[in-house]
Write a protein that binds this ligand. Structure first.
Ligand code: G3P
Ligand code: CA
Length: 231
């Protein structure tokens, strides 16, 4: 079962920041999950549309430029990273699962992705774009047929993972609360990976193993890896 660092190693470091990302790389995770939001002129690594919960700022991320946002404290004196900084720090070491939150101007996202592939900052195999907004995923998949996309859900759809196979997705990412054996088996039957979020407790990790889940997103990747090795 693969281990993804959720918002970086966010249990021990401020979520979606440089230290959380570097820590995830240090513990050799299988992938790093981050969230991105559009600023006025760039893509920022931050979960919420609003600055208030995780930074010293107030208001919507989309109302500021990256330069203005760079002055804010995102926890322990850290900055809100840009998408480009994420590519630079990772430098193709780990798979990046980029979750599109309130993102727009996706042509710019595609161009940035292609530039980074060209510059060998990231390989096609090491990128997985997910979203709860399946319209965005469909648009991206049409634009970049090689792109691995992950369809997010926080419910149990009637036809289990059909929505993800209809999108030609690589994976379905489901809230652990809504995963059951039938959902997991249906995803596998359709040739999809099934990943669960957010799984921090040993009891839940054990349950996901029992269901045959392919990977989990955890806020505590080091602890989770150690637990899995101990089994
Ligand atoms: O990508 C899995 C998970 O991160 C989705 O929920 O709210 O943590 O972004 P959230
Ligand atoms: Ca996320």
């Amino acid at each position: 079962m693969k281990v993804f660092a959720h918002r970086g190693a966010s249990g021990d470091f401020p979520e979606n920041t440089k230290s959380a990302i570097l820590e995830a790389l240090k513990v050799d995770v299988d992938g790093i999950e981050v969230d991105i939001q559009s600023s006025l002129d760039d893509y920022m690594v931050i979960h919420d549309s609003w600055l208030d919960r995780t930074t010293s700022g107030k208001g919507r991320v989309s109302n500021f430029t990256a330069h203005e946002l760079s002055k804010l404290d995102a926890g322990n004196g850290e900055k809100i990273p840009t998408l480009q900084q994420l590519f630079d720090w990772n430098n193709n070491k780990s798979l990046l699962n980029i979750e599109l939150k309130h993102t727009f101007a996706l042509e710019r996202f595609v161009a940035q992705l292609e530039q980074n592939i060209e510059a060998k900052k990231i390989s096609k195999a090491n990128i997985l774009v997910s979203s709860f907004d399946h319209h965005q995923l469909q648009w991206l998949k049409n634009k970049l047929p090689w792109l691995k996309i992950g369809a997010l859900t926080s419910s149990i759809p009637i036809n289990y993972a059909k929505f993800a196979s209809d999108l030609n997705a690589y994976s379905v990412h489901a809230d652990k609360t809504f995963i059951n054996k039938a959902f997991a088996e249906d995803a596998k039957k359709r040739g999809l990976k099934i990943y669960a979020y957010t799984v921090d407790r040993e009891e839940d990790i054990a349950l996901m193993l029992e269901y045959g889940i392919d990977g989990i997103f955890t806020n505590y990747p080091a602890r989770t890896k150690a637990y899995l090795l101990s089994l």
